[in-house]
Design a protein around this ligand. Structure first.
Ligand code: GLN
Length: 230
């Protein structure tokens, strides 16, 4: 795949629903990830085709050559770097604990003894939950997408969930989900766009160049503010 990127079409893996990064509203695809990669593609002269899927399926789909790249609120991690190459970081996120509004007993990770923690499969949040579960004898319950996980805690089936702060803050601001954010940030995750390791150097270079251009021109801020400014 490592030729010219100009005029080529790339399949871009995105999470099924992950506002404000990727989501559908009135039949239109929206979000920071969507707008960023769309603008980068326009600048760099390549085409993109979005392929929404469960977050957990994205890296396997890249490895199976069903995707050329991914932009999915995906955190840059050491483990993932074994199989993908990341672009320069484009967003600082960080995971947080979230409980039902009615819950006043869980205020930090110290309160997780014997609790059930809802997570989304394959995420950095799921990894944190596994470690917390060992430490506090808690139970981890896995979901394929964020809305199901939110629902689980809102209806009291699980005690707490772990999600990236900007995602849950956005969801709560949009709609009363019966949820609230508690405690400190659990990691300092930064998002990167991913291509399959060692195979797409040209595409990655082009992505990084496009991203740098968007930052320089103010377009990056314009996109982020469009979704995150009150
Ligand atoms: N940032 C988290 C991760 O990379 C969650 C991503 C997501 O749920 N789309 O694991």
């Amino acid at each position: 795949n490592d030729g010219e990127v100009k005029d080529q079409e790339f399949k871009v893996g995105i999470d099924t629903t992950y506002p404000p990064f990727e989501y559908e509203e009135n039949g239109t695809r929206k979000g920071i990830d969507i707008d960023l990669i769309t603008e980068i593609a326009k600048k760099e002269g390549f085409k993109i085709k979005f392929e929404p899927m469960d977050f957990n399926g994205i890296i396997p789909a890249m490895q199976a050559n069903q995707l050329d790249m991914a932009i999915a609120g995906m955190s840059i991690t050491k483990d993932r770097k074994k199989v993908v190459d990341f672009s320069d970081p484009y967003f600082k996120a960080g995971a947080t604990l979230v409980v039902s509004k009615k819950n006043n007993s869980i205020k930090s990770t110290d309160d997780l003894k014997g609790k059930s923690i809802a997570v989304k499969k394959g995420t950095t949040g799921a990894k944190i939950a596994e470690d917390l579960a060992k430490k506090y004898d808690a139970k981890v319950v896995q979901f394929n997408d964020s809305p199901s996980m939110f629902q689980e805690v809102a209806n009291g089936s699980s005690d707490v969930l772990i999600e990236d702060y900007p995602v849950v803050a956005y969801a709560i601001a949009k709609k009363d989900l019966g949820l609230k954010i508690v405690g400190d940030r659990l990691n300092g995750d930064e998002y990167g766009m991913a291509v399959l390791k060692g195979k797409n150097e040209t595409l990655l270079k082009s992505i990084n160049k496009g991203l740098a251009d968007l930052k320089k021109s103010g377009k990056y801020d314009e996109i982020v503010n469009k979704y995150l400014k009150k």
